[in-house]
Structure formats: C-alpha cells, structure tokens
Design a protein around this ligand. Structure first.
Ligand code: ADP
Ligand code: MG
Length: 247
C-alpha cells in the first residue's frame, strides 16, 4: 500500500490553477521529491495533503484511507507530520518547549487533555529523544532566538518527529541555509530514510538528487514528469522547463 496517494487534485485561486489534476504516489520508505519553479504549486500541494487547503476536486488517500474531507488535525492523528517553508517556531520559548508544544498539540486533539507539558515525563522524554535525533540535544534549553537558522530548521524536524509520525511532508527544509547547514540536514534526512516515507519539496537540486527515490516535476500546477532521478535528469521536457537551471 502506498503511504500517500493523490488523485487528480485540483486547486484554483481565482484565475490561477495552482494544482492542475495532480496525481502522485508516495511509497512506503521512499523519499519522493517534488520540484518546480517558484509559483508552480508545490506549497499548495503540501497544504492539500496536510488538510490545510481544501481541493476543488480530486482525492487524497493516506495509508489507503480517503482523507479528502478530513481536517488537518485528523490527518495528524493518522500519522501525517509536516514542516513549513517559513518557520513556525515560538521564538521566546526554548527548543525543548517548542517540541513539547508540538507533542501536546497533537495529544490534545487525540485522547488526552492539555496539561503542564513539563510534568509529563513521557512527553519530555519523547521531546528530548527527538532533539537528539536531529543533533540538538545540547540546545534543549536555548531559546529559538538564540539558535542559528540551520538549527531552527533542525528543530522543526524534531517537532515533526516528536509527534511519532508515520509520514513526513517537508516544505523546503534547506531554504536559507548555509552550505554546512545543508550538508547536516541532508545527512539527517538520509538517516531518517526508510523509517518514514517523506514527500520533499526542495529547490536545492544537489540535495534532491542525493536523497530522492522518485522525483516529480511540477510546472504551472501540472506534473510534467515523475520518475527515478536518473531519468528525470535526462528528461527533455524537464530540461526545457528548467532551462538555465542546473538540473
Ligand atoms: P510554490 O510553492 O511552488 O512556489 P505556491 O503553491 O505557493 O507555489 O503557489 C502556486 C500559485 O498559487 C502561485 O501562482 C501563487 O501565487 C498562487 N497562490 C498560492 N496561495 C494562494 C492564495 N492563498 N491565494 C491566492 N493565490 C495563491
Ligand atoms: Mg512554496
């Protein structure tokens, strides 16, 4: 069973067809990258997968289940976690607190009531484990404002992991990073490969080709190619769409 399937997803914003009958599959334990120029509809696609944007037509299946009409928190409860293109962190809070907020936001929608996060030994242990996974164990008590940009992106991944997801949606996890920071995140994503199916939206082609098992190319809301990285690299339509860029 595919982890995630979209069937002919359509989303219009006024006259703009942001996604135009997008059909794709994310297979278990694969990294499926979605690439495309700015404005191609990548974030709109992720929003529809996460349940934050309602499609005008089409379906979304999560682990075989039709979730098209399900709100974001229901999809999160089914194991979908996402990171955002623009950071969503609470800057005055510590790294640990941000992860605890993510854990509790999920649990509050599930089966437990909100309570003082620091009193919940399980939640703290889970949050610390997630920080360690992304290499931020030494930064638990630093506020977000004190973290480097790359560390903030690592923290967002920790927040996603702490919810014990079954699937990750990553919207430009390398955006705004230095070369060194990118290398660290690529290594992190590589280490998570096989543990979580990941849908990865990313502009850094070196990272995409290093990580992805499959690449779909979105141009003006349409998937013009979806294939193994080697085939995408040699695809004439993709090269034409990316003329002047280093695919
Ligand atoms: P990408 O993430 O690939 O850069 P987006 O999904 O952000 O692209 O945007 C796709 C298209 O939809 C763009 O033309 C953008 O201007 C438009 N768009 C995205 N969100 C909205 C919105 N909330 N309202 C109106 N237009 C939008
Ligand atoms: Mg985007």
């Amino acid at each position: 069973m595919s982890a995630l399937v979209t069937q002919a997803l359509v989303k219009r914003f006024g006259g703009v067809l942001a996604t135009d009958e997008v059909s794709l599959k994310l297979e278990a334990s694969e990294i499926h990258a979605v690439i495309g120029p700015n404005g191609a509809g990548k974030s709109t696609l992720i929003g529809q997968l996460a349940g934050e944007i309602a499609p005008d037509a089409g379906r979304v299946l999560l682990f075989g289940r039709d979730v098209t009409g399900e709100p974001a928190h229901r999809r999160a409860a089914l194991g979908l976690a996402r990171t955002y293109q623009v950071t969503q962190l609470a800057r005055e809070f510590t790294a640990l607190d941000n992860v605890l907020l993510a854990v509790n936001a999920r649990l509050a929608h599930n089966f437990r009531f909100w309570r003082n996060a620091h009193d919940d030994v399980d939640a703290v242990a889970r949050a610390r484990a997630a920080l360690a996974t992304v290499g931020l164990e030494g930064r638990a008590q630093s506020t977000v404002a004190e973290l480097a940009h790359g560390e903030q992106r690592q923290l967002e991944i920790a927040m996603a992991l702490a919810t014990e997801p079954r699937l990750l949606l990553l919207d430009e996890p390398l955006a705004g990073m230095s070369q060194g920071e990118s290398v660290a995140i690529v290594a992190l994503l590589q280490s998570l490969k096989g543990r979580y199916p990941m849908l990865l939206v990313e502009h850094d082609m070196e990272a995409v080709f290093a990580l992805a098992d499959r690449i779909s190319v979105l141009v003006y809301g349409r998937i013009i190619a979806s294939d193994r990285p080697g085939s995408i690299r040699n695809n004439a339509a993709v090269r034409a769409a990316y003329l002047g860029e280093s695919v």
